[in-house]
Design a binder for this molecule. Structure first.
Ligand SMILES: Cc1cc2nc3c(=O)[nH]c(=O)nc-3n(C[C@H](O)[C@H](O)[C@H](O)COP(=O)(O)OP(=O)(O)OC[C@H]3O[C@@H](n4cnc5c(N)ncnc54)[C@H](O)[C@@H]3O)c2cc1C
Length: 382
């Protein structure tokens, strides 16, 4: 029998399987896409990534635009996916290319049924299947709020949005008809830059067609022509997946859900927590309480409280008008970088999250303050 079965071989599941295998736990991972490259561009604040994560790019300077331009006092980094996957590969991890369908529990272990008919028995099962939450039995009460984006990779020298050592975290300054979107621009290496038109969160998601048209207009206005063989990135994922109820299967990564409702980021948090969760599971298995210890590591009370507050932040964002969203981010970027960091990182930082939210409200003009307060307490629906 296995010690640990991880469903899902994205960044979160792979990091966890690597960490449990290193501790000598008999580990397997199942994923229909196991072994396939990760195509998404994964980026994060550099200081949130664990030491040793291979990077394709690290900014010297990070800019953001709301109503005005701001310098964000933090380095931004793009992960080198291929090198990270190579670091995580470990012969001790058994890999099955299959979909996990169902988990059955008995007193000692959990049996997972796969779509190829196989059954795998493990002392603890972790669901890292992203927004599928395949083994967690979650249900949604309404359609998700989703982030969507369309990006194109072009030569760095052919654009003026960012210098070679800079990242543009978000720029809301261009006005569009309808819901707002922003430009995200980040070099991927010494020669190429990703320019991405992004809808931070919308219910229903802004369509890729709309985002593509907006991006093309933006490129045209900046005299950028495409040659036709560019690489494109299309992004769409939920920002408000349901929180699963505590159970024998332990959730991890975007399945948990770790996705930050203000940015959509989860990868840095998953890579950071993986070794700690592995340690907790190893101890828990010794004591026969791996699920309980696993859940406590993934969702300590403070992280749950912070998650609740961040979801309030998402409700506010979804309720603001196209004109109010840039005003809101103007207020956000006017707060100290220390508080910005505490809101954007710090998944257990309850006082920091509260102080950052209060600071944004104080920095907002009076009419926006009233709107934010009404949306936050649910007086106006989002
Ligand atoms: C294009 C794109 C760009 C993004 N950029 C960023 C970014 O820059 N920074 C950031 O932090 N986040 C980013 N995100 C958001 C989010 O963090 C990512 O979705 C990230 O991939 C989540 O990692 P994960 O390992 O938790 O889940 P996933 O990467 O979603 O991995 C889940 C895995 O589970 C597998 N799976 C699904 N169902 C089953 C099943 N039933 N049984 C077994 N396996 C199953 C899937 O095949 C997949 O391999 C981005 C998302 C997208 C789509």
């Amino acid at each position: 029998m296995l010690d640990v079965l991880v469903a899902g071989a994205g960044p979160a599941g792979s990091a966890l399987a690597n960490a449990t295998a290193r501790l000598g736990l008999r580990t397997a991972i199942v994923d229909p896409a196991a072994g396939k490259p990760w195509r998404a561009t994964y980026a994060s604040w550099a200081d949130e990534l664990p030491q040793g994560v291979p990077l394709a790019f690290r900014s010297e300077r990070t800019r953001a635009g709301a109503l005005t331009e701001h310098i964000v006092d933090r380095q931004y980094a793009v992960i080198d996916n291929e090198a990270l996957r190579a670091d995580m590969d470990d012969d001790r991890i058994a890999v099955q290319q299959a979909r996990a369908l169902k988990a059955h529990h008995d007193r000692e272990a959990t049996t997972v049924l796969l779509d190829n008919g196989n059954r795998i028995r493990a002392r603890i099962v972790v669901d890292a299947t992203g927004s599928q939450q395949a083994l967690l039995g979650t249900t949604r009460r309404r359609p998700p709020a989703e982030q969507s984006a369309v990006g194109v990779v072009i030569p760095l020298r052919e654009q003026g949005f960012v210098q070679k050592d800079e990242a543009l975290f978000m720029d809301w300054r261009e006005k569009h008809e309808g819901a707002p979107s922003f430009l995200y621009a980040v070099p991927l290496n010494a020669d190429e830059v990703l320019l991405e038109e992004t809808s931070l969160a919308d219910r229903p998601a802004m369509s890729h067609r709309e985002l593509h048209d907006r991006l093309m207009n933006r490129l045209r206005r900046n005299d950028i022509t495409l040659c036709g063989d560019e690489r494109w990135e299309r992004v769409r994922f939920p920002m408000d997946d349901p929180l699963p109820r505590p159970q024998r299967v332990v959730p991890f990564g975007a399945a948990a859900p770790f996705v930050h409702p203000a940015t959509g980021y989860s990868v840095a948090g998953s890579l950071t927590l993986a070794p700690r969760l592995a340690q907790a599971l190893a101890l828990g298995l010794d004591k026969g309480e791996a699920s309980r210890v696993g859940w406590r590591t993934v969702w300590p009370a403070r992280a749950l409280a912070v998650h609740g507050l961040r979801r309030v932040g998402l409700r506010v964002l979804l309720g603001l008008s196209a004109a109010e969203v840039p005003q809101f981010f103007e207020a956000f970027f006017r707060t100290s970088s220390h508080l910005q960091n505490r809101y954007l990182a710090g998944r257990c930082d309850l006082p920091g999250t509260l102080r950052a939210m209060t600071a944004v409200i104080s920095a907002a003009p009076a009419p926006l303050r009233a709107r934010v307060a009404a949306l936050a307490i649910g007086m106006t629906s989002a």
